[in-house]
Ligand binder design. Structure first.
Ligand SMILES: [Zn+2]
Length: 387
């Protein structure tokens, strides 16, 4: 593990916001000093906080480099905890392992929560095969089609020894020189791919000697590339770009000393990809919940990689009417590039929170991802707009 837990609620040592009610002339001075910290919108004259995109980019690249398939998220949560500590946000870890940070506002009740998830799709070893390769099942919902050719890291339980090994997911017929046209007709699915481990292994016993067992996690490597044009090509932008955007937004509030009218929570969940997400961790005082997650960039969708995208409905139904329109109004007022969209085969942390009975309005926004749960790509401007 990279870092120790830095602290829990009350343990933060970074910059803190001391908010107190002010009136009259003093109020004007507070407003003036706040205005100086905001960027004017070129269109409306309204002001918005600048986002430290160097920080967001750096955090994003660090997060995607840490394997975190649902079920094996301790490491990435340690790093996110360290980041919250550096930002001075007090937080606690729930029994189930989610992370709940808080930025206090002036009034109790009617809190707001931003929810992001740190887990990703991945795989798990189903069988040690006689040919020395590994059969795997998916963790989370994703097609084997997009895993073909992916570099992976296999994690065994032997923490004291060599517990990380690299490999590649390959179709069973992986060589055109051997199989000819059959490589194009073998079909797609988790039963027709296998993991080639980068060790001298010829049989099942060789795999056992390496300490690899059924149930070991197989994480798909991110292989992140940021282009000069601002595109981020990487696996697991879902939802690590959301975590980076949320951290960027909270950092902006802390850096610029902006007082909050109501308390803001940041909930980082660890099992969204298997449907559990924010099924716990939403405080009873929370009146508005905002999930930040992938938006679907594909034919027939209006979402864009360069904007924030506001979901009007997903597979679980429409989002809260009033909160959704309020978000759109905010985008308009502050000249934040945005789109509206509806998603057919999609759910997020908001769904699991509502299903678990959270008594809150809920909405979903996101950065656009092309080829989601596959060869993902987004754009830094979309992440900025989301933050
Ligand atoms: Zn997601």
């Amino acid at each position: 593990m990279d870092q120790e837990w830095p602290g829990v609620i009350g343990g933060g040592t970074g910059p803190r916001l001391d908010w107190r009610p002010v009136a009259g002339q003093e109020q004007d001075e507070v407003q003036r000093s706040l205005d100086e910290r905001f960027l004017p919108s070129p269109v409306t004259g309204q002001r918005r906080l600048p986002i430290d995109m160097d920080y967001v980019r750096d955090v994003l690249l660090r997060l995607v480099a840490i394997p975190s398939p649902s079920g094996r998220t301790d490491h990435v949560m340690q790093v996110i905890g360290g980041e919250l500590h550096r930002l001075g946000l007090p937080f606690e870890v729930t029994r189930r392992g989610a992370l709940l940070a808080e930025l206090a506002g002036s009034e109790a009740g009617a809190d707001r929560t931003v929810v992001v998830h740190a887990d990703t799709i991945g795989c798990m070893v189903r069988e040690l095969k006689d040919n020395g390769r590994l059969a795997v099942v998916p963790v989370g919902t994703h097609s084997a089609r997009f895993s073909e050719g992916a570099r992976v890291t296999i994690f065994s339980d032997d923490i004291a020894g060599n517990y990380r090994r690299s490999g590649t997911i390959l179709p069973l017929k992986a060589s055109g020189h051997r199989f000819g046209d059959e490589v194009d007709t073998q079909g797609v699915g988790w039963d027709v791919v296998e993991v080639r481990v980068d060790e001298v292994v010829h049989c099942r016993a060789d795999l056992e000697r390496l300490g690899i067992q059924v149930g070991d996690f197989v994480a798909i490597d991110a292989q992140a590339v940021v282009t000069p044009s601002g595109f981020v090509n990487s696996r697991h932008l879902d939802d690590k770009a959301g975590v980076a955007a949320a951290l960027g937004a909270f950092k902006a509030i802390v850096d610029h000393g902006v007082p909050l009218p109501v308390t803001a929570h940041l909930l980082v969940t660890i099992a969204e990809e298997v449907g559990l997400g924010a099924s716990h961790g939403v405080d009873a005082d929370v009146a508005e919940l905002l999930s930040i997650d992938t938006s679907v960039v594909a034919p027939g969708q209006s979402s864009s990689e360069q904007t924030v995208n506001i979901a009007m409905q997903d597979s679980t139904g429409p989002f809260d009417y009033h909160l959704t329109r309020r978000l759109i109004d905010l985008c308009r007022a502050h000249d934040v590039p945005h789109r509206r969209d509806v998603y057919k085969y999609y759910r997020s942390d908001a769904a699991s929170a509502l299903e678990a009975g959270a008594n809150t309005r809920a909405a979903l926004i996101g950065f656009g991802i092309d080829a989601s749960h596959g060869h993902e790509r987004t754009h830094l401007e979309g992440i900025r707009a989301t933050a």
